[in-house]
Design a protein around this ligand. Structure first.
Ligand SMILES: [Zn+2]
Length: 228
């Protein structure tokens, strides 16, 4: 079996998700050099943190975790744009798996029942039609051994946001998504997943839409990066 594995590694070398360099046998997903330079978010608690507080303006979510600061000028930012623009399906899934490994000590997998990606909009979805939130969710689900379900969809009748005031925008925003949760999934703990959290509006409105559909649900959130 080891020969097969060695052969596989020669033919399909495992590559760093940031620099695409070939990984050493002891490295997982990201090479040591890139790992040292990652702008990690100093997550001290999943019960109270800055990105989570932003989302609380929009919905009462339970736990929140993020791994990185979103820094468009940094090298690692490439890995997020690669998912978007270079059709990095495998990359997106690997990032999700890496995220699950990085978060293992928070024991989120034990707390949640199901993983739901934030739906993409046309700006976010890349040319090959991938939703990067969904790829990250699939990687997480695979590593956490939890199912990934698409309970959320973008509403087809959303009003343009640009002419609205802040409050109207918030009220209108929940109308941008529609939730459909099957009976067997009601009252469960849902981990809502997106790639980047900025104002918290997107993931917060998605969380509220799920709660409007199922008031017995518990929602927690994970985003790969925080733009704060
Ligand atoms: Zn690297």
């Amino acid at each position: 079996m080891k020969i097969l594995k060695d052969l596989y590694n020669i033919l399909m070398p495992r590559r760093c998700v940031v620099c695409q360099g070939i990984l050493e046998p002891h490295e997982q997903y990201i090479c040591t050099a890139c790992s040292i330079q990652l702008p990690r978010y100093p997550l001290k608690s999943i019960e109270d943190n800055e990105p989570l507080r932003k989302v609380w303006d929009f919905a009462p979510v339970q736990y929140g975790a993020t791994l990185l600061y979103y820094r468009p000028q940094s090298d690692y930012h490439k890995m997020i744009t690669d998912i978007k623009y270079r059709g990095g399906e495998q990359l997106g899934i690997k990032l999700g798996q890496w995220a699950a490994m990085e978060m293992a000590h928070w024991q989120l997998a034990e707390k949640i029942d199901v993983i739901v990606p934030v739906p993409s909009d046309s700006k976010r979805e890349n040319k090959r039609g991938y939703n990067q939130a969904e790829l990250i969710a699939r990687g997480l689900g695979n590593a956490m051994q939890r199912p990934v379900e698409t309970f959320l969809e973008r509403s087809k009748t959303g009003t343009s946001q640009t002419k609205l005031g802040k409050r109207e925008r918030r009220e209108n925003a929940t109308g941008r998504y529609e939730a459909c949760i099957p009976q067997s999934w009601r009252g469960k703990h849902i981990l809502l997943v997106d790639d980047v959290l900025t104002t918290g509006a997107t993931i917060g409105n998605c969380a509220q839409t799920l709660l409007d559909e199922d008031s017995q649900a518990t929602i927690s959130i994970f985003t790969l990066a925080y733009d704060g």
